[in-house]
Design a binder for this molecule. Structure first.
Ligand code: HEC
Ligand code: HEC
Ligand code: HEC
Ligand code: HEC
Ligand code: HEC
Ligand code: HEC
Length: 440
């Protein structure tokens, strides 16, 4: 794909101008605290204020309410759903709204927010660096340019004509039939149910309800970032835990940065989520090196990188042992964590709660569990990154991180010594486990 170059910059300019005019309606961030909200979550039904995002006639004192010309589809106050979301979810507006941020105007890592899905700033600057959900029902977003090269999802057929934040997220609720317990993700995306069905054994949905055909590699997302509604009168109390009483698994998004002690813990079908639009990159829920699935593996050989194999696969040279390999470097430090490494997240087993969102794992070997799985989000983030193809590290450069380079996950200069267990080397130390740097 070509880079978006000039058009990205033009959009960025429009975007800067636009943000100046987007003065937050004061009630948006005050009301959700003042009203009788029991969950204290804005996007739960009891916290929503319809008029934050909708206008009934697009008229108030005989003047238009919508930003721009209007009226807009679905009675929205902005041309696209994405423009609606970014009013509150771009930094610094996010501070006024008390909302998590998914976009900055600088690309800098913010110390006051965790942004585990990355920063849409990067895909605005260069559409190759991430998702560009830039159109609702064919109408172009003001804030978000569309991808300059891609008109459908690679490995799938999802069109960019109706591709906005609500392609993946539900704007209206967190506890209803149609959302996962993780980050308000829709259960049904691109016409395919990828997660759902109630089971109190996991932290998943409080509500059942079959919404249609399930994905071929159907495997529910089993992490919970939102809490649940159960207990009390009519089972209607908000509880700040998973349904099974285990702690929530979503990193805290405001007031603190992402780190080993504030990280997402992934459980269940995160690859099957991506596969609803990128199906031919996914090996299915029983992916293994010991049988062919015809998509990622055929005739006993990998055709595409495995995305759902266990990290203790029998017969594999690579897995949890190479993930935690001891590295020897000239500085005399082992730069590779001995335990679970949040910079290379793995799907945790359903019933194993050893890895916790707010407890350090890097130094604890017990957190490197063989029954974990690699997934799409091991190498990618969900929104955008500073690198092409939305990867967590630069896959177009030097294979390992040298002492003194900037760590892309933290923005901090790396001082753990040369680290061949970086990027692909995290699991494949093809040059061995000894670091030596030749001056070129
Ligand atoms: C945070 C912004 C936001 C708020 C607040 C909001 N909506 Fe929406 N609404 C949207 C967006 C974006 C869409 C279009 C995407 C979609 O259909 O999900 C939409 C679509 C709709 C639709 C048409 C599609 C459908 O799901 O049936 C209805 C009806 C609707 N909203 C009603 C409401 C009502 C009633 C409220 C207040 C209780 C409300 N909305 C509050 C953003 C919002
Ligand atoms: C009026 C401001 C406002 C608008 C508009 C808005 N949000 Fe939010 N959003 C918030 C606030 C405040 C929170 C944090 C409170 C909470 O967790 O509900 C939040 C939380 C979220 C979260 C949950 C993060 C978590 O903790 O798991 C998601 C996902 C989200 N919003 C998506 C959207 C999408 C998609 C849109 C556009 C359709 C949107 N928001 C529009 C204010 C807004
Ligand atoms: C391709 C589907 C997709 C689109 C499009 C998308 N998101 Fe997300 N979003 C996700 C997923 C998946 C996660 C959780 C990822 C994780 O946990 O690593 C997420 C996480 C979030 C969070 C939690 C914070 C974070 O960094 O993880 C917020 C808030 C959010 N999204 C809002 C938005 C807004 C606003 C937009 C549009 C500008 C948007 N999303 C577009 C899939 C999407
Ligand atoms: C709702 C459909 C949808 C889902 C779900 C989805 N994607 Fe995408 N993805 C797209 C579309 C459409 C494009 C092409 C347009 C664009 O990049 O905005 C795309 C492009 C990409 C690209 C290439 C970016 C570029 O411009 O070169 C990557 C990488 C990617 N997706 C990874 C993922 C990952 C990882 C997930 C799961 C977290 C995911 N996608 C989930 C629709 C989706
Ligand atoms: C081992 C790391 C790794 C894993 C796991 C992984 N990817 Fe990728 N992905 C990459 C790299 C590197 C690229 C760059 C293109 C290439 O090398 O094929 C890429 C490119 C992409 C693209 C862009 C393709 C294009 O035509 O521009 C999409 C879409 C994508 N990945 C989706 C996924 C999805 C969906 C999953 C999970 C089913 C996944 N990836 C798992 C590393 C990974
Ligand atoms: C989180 C660990 C992890 C990361 C990171 C990772 N891989 Fe892998 N990779 C694996 C596993 C596990 C296998 C399966 C090995 C097997 O079946 O023996 C594999 C298989 C492969 C294979 C096929 C090996 C064979 O025997 O056919 C190649 C090639 C490969 N990876 C390259 C890469 C590249 C390039 C990157 C960086 C973009 C990367 N991997 C990142 C874990 C990882």
């Amino acid at each position: 794909m070509k880079k978006s170059g000039i058009s990205g910059l033009i959009f960025f300019f429009i975007f800067l101008v636009t943000v100046v005019f987007f003065i937050p309606p004061a009630e948006a961030f005050i009301d959700y605290n003042v009203h009788a909200v029991n969950t204290k979550l804005y996007h739960s039904y009891d916290g929503l204020i319809c008029s934050d995002c909708h206008t009934i006639h697009n008229s108030e004192d005989n003047a238009p309410v919508a930003e721009g010309v209007g009226p807009f589809s679905r009675l929205l106050t902005q041309p696209t759903a994405t423009d609606i979301c970014l009013q509150c979810h771009s930094y610094p507006a996010s501070s006024a709204y008390k909302a998590p941020a998914v976009m900055t105007f600088s690309g800098n890592i913010l110390t006051s927010y965790a942004m585990p899905s990355g920063d849409f700033y990067w895909s605005i600057i260069d559409s190759k660096k991430g998702h560009n959900p830039g159109k609702s029902l064919g109408v172009q977003s003001v804030m978000m340019p569309s991808d300059s090269a891609l008109t459908v999802s690679p490995g799938g057929n999802f069109s960019t004509q109706d591709w906005d934040c609500t392609s993946c997220h539900d704007p209206h609720n967190r506890f209803g039939d149609d959302v996962a317990a993780w980050r308000q993700l829709r259960r049904k995306i691109n016409g395919i149910v990828h997660t759902g069905e109630e089971t109190v054994l996991f932290g998943v949905e409080s509500y059942g309800g079959n919404q249609g055909a399930t994905a071929p590699g159907y495997e529910p997302i089993k992490s919970n970032s939102r809490g649940d509604i159960r207990g009390g009168v009519n089972n209607l109390n908000y509880v700040n835990t998973r349904a099974d009483g285990n702690p929530l698994e979503g990193a805290t998004l405001r007031g603190i940065t992402e780190s080993d002690i504030n990280k997402n813990v992934y459980r269940g079908g995160f690859s099957s989520f991506c596969a609803v639009c990128h199906g031919s990159f996914h090996g299915g829920n029983n992916e293994t090196r010991n049988s062919d699935n015809g998509v990622t593996r055929a005739a006993g050989s990998w055709l595409r990188h495995p995305t759902n194999v266990r990290m203790n696969e029998a017969g594999s040279k690579y897995g949890i042992t190479t993930y935690t390999a001891v590295i020897t470097n000239t500085q005399g430090t082992n730069p590779n964590p001995a335990g679970y490494d949040w910079k290379y997240p793995l799907v945790q087993p359903d019933n194993d709660f050893t890895v916790k969102k707010n407890v350090a794992s890097a130094t604890d070997p017990a957190t490197a569990i063989g029954d974990t799985k690699i997934m799409c989000l091991t190498c990618h983030k969900a929104h955008a990154t500073q690198f092409e193809n939305m990867t967590r590290w630069n896959t177009n450069t030097h294979a390992f991180i040298e002492n003194g380079m900037t760590d892309p996950a933290t923005g901090v200069v790396w001082n753990g010594g040369d680290n061949p267990a970086f990027g692909c080397g995290k699991c494949h130390q093809k040059g061995g486990t000894k670091a030596f740097v030749k001056a070129f």
